[in-house]
Design a protein around this ligand. Structure first.
Ligand SMILES: *Cc1c(COP(=O)(O)O)cnc(C)c1O
Length: 230
């Protein structure tokens, strides 16, 4: 098991490096987030021992259980799944970055909880680039106003970039236009940063991360390619 994870992780790191260099970028600009939903602790520990520092979970309860179990190891936790407002209180201040800020009520809840704790909370705005009815995330046309409103009215919420989950496709190339569209939105928001910054572009999963890196991803969220099928 340790050997399998070591080999997978090595292959993923090599592929990230190759994709970055192919795009004239450096892999140092790209954060690998190991997605550990449904993955058991012993497998997570193997990956941590192999130097994986950033872990992503999409359910709050599972994330908290694993944070407790892994104790004081220096892990950067990412919340990448839909976040219910009534769960916000459980994950602050333990997550480094919330990737799934997608509605006003959630921004308000994070802001008021963060104020009580005396913190600022780092968030990415989730965008439903392909406008899939089954998916969370704001339609691209609403992102600009949302970012500005949160920046103006939620001082404890630090918006640091954008995130998307691309549609499931057979060939990764098919999602390139969606990644490009998100990148263009990111660049255009980056021109007038007022109360927010555009540092992180979280896009790309096991089957499409190389395309995402070619289109400018700074964070890739990879589960299956590291830990095997869930
Ligand atoms: C599960 C999940 C991933 C990882 O998916 P893989 O295909 O296993 O790499 C990435 N992002 C989100 C939001 C997820 O829920």
């Amino acid at each position: 098991m340790q050997i399998e994870i070591a080999r997978n992780l090595e292959l993923v790191r090599l592929a990230i490096d190759r994709a970055a260099r192919g795009a004239g970028r450096s892999s140092a600009e790209i954060t690998l987030i190991g997605v550990t939903k449904t993955i058991a602790l012993d497998r997570m520990l193997s990956a941590i021992e192999l130097g994986l520092t950033d872990l992503g979970e999409n359910r709050v309860q599972e994330a908290i259980d694993k944070m407790d179990a892994l104790g004081d190891r220096p892990i950067n936790w990412h919340l990448i799944g839909t976040l219910q407002t009534n769960k916000v209180k459980y994950i602050l201040p333990r997550v480094k970055l919330i990737h799934s800020l997608d509605r006003w009520a959630l921004a308000k809840e994070i802001d008021s909880r963060a104020e009580k704790l005396g913190l600022r909370v780092n968030c990415l705005v989730e965008v439903n680039v392909a406008m899939e009815s089954s998916k969370a995330g704001l339609p691209p046309a609403e992102v600009r106003d949302f970012v500005k409103t949160v920046a103006a009215d939620c001082p404890r919420v630090s918006i640091l970039g954008l995130m998307t989950v691309a549609p499931p496709v057979e060939h990764a190339e098919e999602v390139r236009p969606y990644f490009r569209q998100l990148r263009e939105l990111f660049d255009s928001l980056a021109k007038h940063q007022e109360g927010y910054t555009m540092q992180h572009l979280s896009m790309g999963m096991s089957h499409d991360f190389e395309v995402a890196i070619a289109e400018g991803a700074t964070m890739v969220r990879i589960g299956t390619a590291i830990f095997g099928r869930r």
